[in-house]
Design a protein around this ligand. Structure first.
Ligand code: AVJ
Ligand code: FE
Length: 439
């Protein structure tokens, strides 16, 4: 990507920071102060922790590091260091209260806009192309998505609302053959790509077949109805042990009543929409479904090639549809809707080979453990990615309806533990191409 004139970059930074803050405010003003300081699940922070943590990271990286300014609240760094206190312990900490947290984040933001005014986007790598500002906007949006997941976990009457996602516009079924050959995975040139997306490198893949769309509720329900959760042969050893100890029998938030299956979504109960991608499944469940279907999960390289590789030019692009930023016609992103859209709702977002809804709707589990690419170097801090490398975490790709476009592109890598399902996670299946299919 080309460098932009500084005034264009400054406006873009102001826009993405502003959009993130509008969302943080929306998510934290939707509930009362009691609710903000309460822990809705032991695996989530109180919303007020996320809010002040977002401000603290912004203070550390932009106010102090980039701007060289005096600390705003040096005394609270330790409280908002995610590595110092596990989520379950956060409610007992002497956290900033709701009013203090709001004042704090606003004070930090004022200083950031002040220093943004006079900045030159050159010299240090942290500042070049506005990287640190992009990183902080992505960080706030990632926490906004986490706060949205906390909203989904809270009980009580609904406080969030949004128009329903668009209906299916085209039929999308079956699988797509991705021909053998190399493609560029990751990026060394995307200015706001995070450290774990770098460097760009060639990956050569044999031909494979990928589902044209994420697995839907109707498809997943067939697995449930076929006894998928009571049949150990579909599950890995650790998957079956977790299924048994946690007593899993369906995706998180699913409920069965007299008339059939439905889900509780942001405080409302609704019948399952059959052609909507399944959401709130863990890696173990995705893997078991794929085995039941006679398939497997894609590797992250397979997922990324389908989402970037242009068969005409051979080039890797930023999104399945090309290099243009996502619009509401391309993908279900940015919490515009509070649900994934049915399969076929985004024909404009399909890849040239006809793979749909790779971006938005649901994060997609891949079979890949989270690792650094060849030549990886942590930047600017090891605790963003490097400390999570290893076999414990699996990579998720593509973003969900709760992911902002600034934190979503075909190179973006998310990761989580295989048991996690409070996130907006779904999946699609893959398989190796048969010789007769490759031709
Ligand atoms: C990339 C979503 C796994 O929320 O744990 C936020 C992002 N890192 N603050 C997370 C993150 C530091 C991270 N994920
Ligand atoms: Fe964080």
């Amino acid at each position: 990507q080309q460098s932009q004139p500084p005034e264009v970059l400054r406006d873009r930074i102001a826009a993405v920071l502003g959009r993130a803050r509008d969302r943080s405010i929306l998510l934290t003003e939707a509930v009362d102060d009691d609710d903000l300081v309460r822990q809705h699940s032991p695996i989530m922070s109180p919303l007020v922790w996320d809010l002040a943590h977002v401000g603290n990271q912004e203070e550390l990286w932009l106010v102090r590091d980039v701007g060289g300014r005096e600390p705003v609240r040096h005394d609270i760094d330790e409280l908002y260091d995610a590595f110092k206190h596990p989520r379950k312990d956060r409610p007992a900490l002497p956290l900033l209260g709701p009013g203090e947290a709001r004042t704090y984040v606003a004070t930090v933001r004022d200083k950031v806009f002040d220093l943004l005014d006079g900045i030159r986007f050159d010299g240090r790598r942290l500042v070049a192309d506005g990287f640190a500002f992009g990183m902080i906007a992505q960080h706030e949006q990632q926490h906004d998505e986490t706060m949205l997941a906390t909203h989904q976990l809270r009980t009580g009457p609904p406080v969030l609302s949004a128009p329903p996602p668009p209906a299916a516009a085209v039929p999308v079924t079956g699988e797509v053959l991705i021909p053998a050959g190399p493609f560029v995975m990751g990026s060394s040139t995307d200015p706001w790509a995070l450290d774990n997306e770098r460097p760009g490198h060639l990956v050569d893949l044999p031909a494979y077949v990928l589902d044209a769309a994420p697995v839907t509720n109707a498809e997943y329900l067939a697995f449930v109805a076929d006894g998928g959760y009571t049949e150990p042969r579909w599950w890995s050893g650790p998957g079956w042990r977790h299924r048994s100890s946690a007593g899993l029998s369906a995706p998180m938030h699913w409920r069965r009543d007299g008339t059939g299956w439905g889900y509780r979504r942001f405080g409302r109960f609704a019948p399952l929409v059959p052609d909507e991608p399944v959401v709130h499944v863990g890696y173990h469940e995705a893997e078991a479904y794929a085995a039941w279907a006679g398939k497997r999960l894609p590797t992250e390289a397979e997922w990324e090639k389908a989402a970037r590789w242009d068969p005409v030019s051979g080039r890797s692009r930023r999104y399945p549809w090309g290099d243009q930023d996502p619009t509401p016609e391309h993908a279900n992103l940015g919490q515009r809707h509070l649900a994934p859209a049915p399969v076929g709702a985004y024909p404009a977002g399909a890849s040239p080979l006809g793979v749909h809804q790779l971006i938005g709707d649901v994060w997609e589990w891949t079979s890949s453990p989270f690792q650094g690419y060849p030549g990886f170097t942590a930047f600017p801090y090891r605790e963003y990615s490097e400390v999570f490398f290893g076999p414990d975490h699996r990579v998720l790709r593509g973003g969900s309806f709760g992911t902002d476009p600034v934190a979503c592109r075909s190179t973006f890598r998310n990761w989580d533990l295989p048991i996690r399902r409070q996130i907006f996670s779904g999946f699609r299946c893959a398989r190796y191409a048969r010789p007769d299919e490759v031709g």
